[in-house]
Ligand binder design. Structure first.
Ligand code: ADP
Ligand code: TYD
Length: 206
């Protein structure tokens, strides 16, 4: 088996993705592995500028179609400037969200736009992670955690709990459709217990 080198964390808002991405990066760094920890939307200077357009402002600011174009534009820049160069030099890339978020948020939960998402992905992105961790948790608890951060980046959290329930269902389907790549992780536990499971799955996937 080839080693898993492009790793993504997915899940609903506030589920603990960033925390777990950071803990996995720290674990790999402690083993002297070259790691690039990055995120979407963002992860390169241009994509971080596009991020502001997406995560701030009124929930109905963009149509689903416009969102797909903006997320994909940000992803293309992230891919060109950060992900590809890191993979080419042999680093492990850990991204807090990637294309599965567009598939679930724009492709399913915000309207049936999955065909557009898939066509655009195939045309300008074309990369799939080697390994994806989907952090699963109760949307009510995740929403409390997320909004408690008061980050000012709550455009999607403001779409409410029923939207987060739809997203959770979408992520469950993603895992059952991609059993080789995607691993469901119970996020309602101590962060270190979750990180232990994540590291174990990473080691087993090599
Ligand atoms: P996400 O990236 O999925 O939005 P974060 O990792 O930023 O989630 O976590 C959201 C909030 O919940 C943060 O304040 C974080 O400290 C806290 N948190 C993360 N993981 C846990 C956990 N396992 N148990 C309790 N709180 C957590
Ligand atoms: P993020 O900063 O990861 O939010 P959180 O920490 O709350 O999970 O992502 C910002 C928001 O953008 C988040 O609500 C999910 C949404 N998003 C999409 O709708 N589509 C996408 O393709 C991506 C990458 C994110």
């Amino acid at each position: 088996m080839t080693p898993a080198r492009f790793i993504t964390f997915e899940g609903i808002d506030g589920s603990g993705k960033s925390t777990q991405a950071r803990l996995l990066a720290a674990y790999l760094k402690s083993k002297d592995i070259d790691v690039v920890l990055t995120r979407e939307p963002g992860g390169s200077p241009g994509a971080e500028e596009i991020r502001k357009l997406l995560v701030e402002g009124a929930p109905d600011r963009w149509s689903g179609e416009t969102e797909i174009l903006l997320f994909t534009a940000a992803r293309r820049d992230h891919l060109e400037k950060t992900i590809r160069p890191a993979l080419e030099r042999g680093a492990v890339v850990i991204s807090d969200r990637f294309a599965d978020s567009t598939r679930i948020y724009q492709g399913a939960a915000r309207g049936d736009l999955r065909d557009i998402v898939d066509q655009l992905h195939n045309a300008v992105i074309g990369l799939e992670p080697d390994l994806t961790f989907v952090i699963d948790m109760d949307p009510a608890e995740a929403l409390r955690r997320g909004l408690a951060r008061q980050s000012g980046e709550d455009r999607f959290e403001e779409l409410g709990q029923s939207f987060q329930e739809q997203l959770r269902d979408g992520f469950h389907t993603l895992v059952s459709d991609n059993p080789g790549r995607c691993h469901m992780i119970d996020g309602q536990r101590d962060p270190n217990a979750i990180a232990h499971d994540v590291a174990l799955i990473f080691e087993m996937s090599k």
